[in-house]
Design a protein around this ligand. Structure first.
Ligand code: ADP
Length: 440
């Protein structure tokens, strides 16, 4: 059933109003009519009533239909307006539509059917327009909301970038501090080692048995400390992309044997066997002998540290003409499968609390891993809890020159520079002290 329409007729002519009323009745439109005879009364009627349509005579005593239409629209009154004109004037019609009228109708064409059709059309069109406007408003609101959210996201992103710069800067300072400190500490440590060795070689007179024993302890502990310092120094270099490999030709079997000699006394102290199996047809390689020794020393120290009974075996062999492999096997405590992937993370240790049984920095394996990668090799681990572990290193017989590898594998300084420059949008790189280089 059609809803009863509330219509306002604005016309000063009583006869014309009656004609409109009759036409609407005849057309069978369910209607609730209100009538006023001038423009000001029409405007006064709006605040208290809401109409479905206004039928507006163009010629009113106080103003014309165009002026009144403009006023109604300027007041923001939302209602369909059909203007009834005395004669068909196309120019007036155009102006009326521009001013916000919904339709117009010449009084000479007024018939029940036409009036009812124009009225319903005007209401339908107006409602459709309102729907469009509402949708438009909603879109506008969503748009505003999105813009606000976008701005908020941009602000958060800026904050994150700022935090990032601070973090990167903090990390750089930390690496710089670690590098400087370990470098500074190495000098007195080397002096202690040197002087202890002098004393042990009786260069300053013979030592009593007890003095010799004490001096050996000083020497061993100093060597341990030096190794820790070297690890920290290497790690700080690794972080800023300054860890390097300087290749040269050397005999791999000699380096392996020399490393084993250095560590043998420690194995003996723990009653552990230490065996070397050298299966190399051609022991000559092109690599950094100091770094290879460092890798081996690290793996052997770990093997000794984490083994209480049994022993350690080292096997060196050729995998192919261009590839050699070094395996370090122990019968120690082993590593749980869930921990294997973590052991190459910096500072990671199975025992993390301060009461831990095994000493160490948790930096050895990350450095070993980085070095092996810089050499173009790979490291794999097989381990079983309470059974032991095997660390296998595969290396090319001839490593790619360091500078190329460094670009490829580690370039922390450049990454840092890039991050800072991207964040601040500047071409100036903040000045800072260079990491001291290791003096071998
Ligand atoms: P750390 O200075 O603690 O030895 P590493 O980076 O060399 O640091 O090793 C990280 C951790 O990996 C060790 O703390 C230990 O938990 C585990 N791990 C390394 N090597 C062995 C091994 N041969 N046997 C058992 N656990 C090992």
């Amino acid at each position: 059933m059609e809803q009863k329409l509330k219509v306002l007729i604005v016309d000063d002519d009583e006869v014309d109003r009656m004609a409109v009323r009759r036409s609407l009745l005849k057309a069978g439109v369910e209607i609730e009519l209100s009538e006023v005879s001038d423009g000001n009364s029409a405007i006064a009627a709006f605040p208290e009533n809401s109409y479905d349509c206004v039928l507006l005579d163009y010629l009113l005593p106080d103003q014309d239909g165009l002026t009144l239409t403009r006023k109604i629209r300027s007041l923001g009154i939302k209602v369909p307006i059909v203007v009834l004109t005395a004669q068909g004037d196309e120019q007036i019609a155009v102006e009326l539509m521009k001013a916000g009228a919904t339709d117009y109708l010449s009084k000479s064409r007024l018939s029940p059917e036409i009036l009812a059709r124009v009225l319903r059309n005007a209401i339908r069109v107006y409602r459709a327009e309102m729907e469009v406007e509402k949708a438009h408003q909603q879109l506008q609101e969503s748009n505003n909301l999105l813009t606000r959210k976008n701005k908020e996201l941009e602000r958060q992103q800026q904050q994150i970038e700022l935090q990032n710069i601070k973090l990167v800067e903090g990390s750089r300072l930390k690496s710089q501090f670690l590098g400087t400190m370990s470098h500074e500490l190495r000098t007195p440590m080397n002096a202690i080692i040197g002087f202890s060795q002098l004393l042990l070689r009786h260069k300053c007179g013979a030592l009593s048995h007890q003095q010799k024993d004490l001096m050996e302890r000083i020497l061993n502990n100093s060597k341990k400390l030096l190794m820790l310092l070297n690890e920290i120094l290497d790690f700080s270099k690794l972080e800023v992309g300054q860890l390097d490999v300087k290749p040269g030709i050397f005999d791999l079997s000699k380096v392996v044997n020399a490393t084993v000699v250095e560590i043998r006394s420690l194995a003996e102290q723990k009653n552990l066997s230490l065996q070397v199996q050298m299966n190399l047809e051609n022991p000559i390689v092109f690599n950094d002998s100091t770094r290879v020794k460092q890798i081996l020393m690290n793996l052997l120290s770990n093997a000794l540290k984490f083994t209480e009974s049994g022993g350690i075996a080292i096997e060196v062999k050729e995998l192919s003409e261009n590839k050699v492999a070094i395996a370090v096997c122990d019968t120690g405590i082993g590593i749980a499968p869930t921990n294997i992937k973590s052991i190459f993370e910096a500072f990671w240790q199975v025992e993390q609390d301060t009461n831990r049984k095994y000493s160490g920095t948790g930096l050895g394996l990350p450095i070993v891993n980085a070095l092996v990668q810089m050499m173009g090799g790979k490291i794999t681990v097989k381990s079983q809890l309470n059974e032991g572990s095997i660390f296998l290193i595969e290396l090319p017989r001839q490593v790619v020159p360091v500078s190329q590898n460094r670009e490829r594998v580690l370039n922390g300084t450049d990454i840092y520079k890039k991050k800072v420059l991207e964040s601040v949008g500047s071409s100036q790189f903040p000045s800072g002290r260079r990491m001291p280089r290791d003096e071998e």
